[in-house]
Write a new protein. Structure first.
Length: 148
């Protein structure tokens, strides 16, 4: 099973639009990263996002580029300050490949928890980290990463 952790693309500031959609630069970067992830074999069967507009737009770009037949939905446990243990527990025993579009500090904390590092691990801003597990989510290994 693979998990693709995706930090949302660059968004406009709340003074420009309180919904914080992707900026033009962010949209272009997300499209490029989604195409690169697809070229590396990313084919999630589930695409989850936090519900925030910037995460939804990012997830949509990856959904279109990687697998437009994947299940696509907003899901709980992906807000910036949600405990990463919640998402780790949801991934335990999951058999389908999952793409998660979310936020800092949740994604770096989730990555550290999955790869069992005590300290926060570097997560590329507006980037992607691909992980794999062969034991139902008990242990994870990083496969590749893309910088935003």
């Amino acid at each position: 099973m693979h998990v693709f952790l995706v930090h949302h693309g660059d968004a406009v500031g709340p003074d420009v639009d309180p919904r914080r959609p992707l900026s033009p630069t962010g949209r272009a970067a997300v499209e490029r990263l989604a195409a690169e992830a697809a070229a590396r074999g990313a084919r999630p069967t589930i695409v989850w996002h936090s519900g925030k507009l910037r995460a939804k737009q990012t997830a949509e770009a990856f959904w279109r580029a990687c697998n437009a037949l994947a299940e696509f939905s907003v899901t709980k446990d992906l807000q910036p300050d949600d405990p990463p243990q919640w998402m780790r527990d949801r991934l335990l025993g999951e058999t389908r490949d999952v793409l998660i579009a979310g936020h800092y500090p949740h994604l770096p904390n989730l990555l550290a928890l999955l790869v069992r590092r005590d300290a926060l691990v570097h997560f590329p801003q507006h980037g992607v980290v691909a992980l794999v597990t062969t034991d139902g989510g008990e242990t994870w290994k990083e496969l590749w990463r893309l910088a935003g």
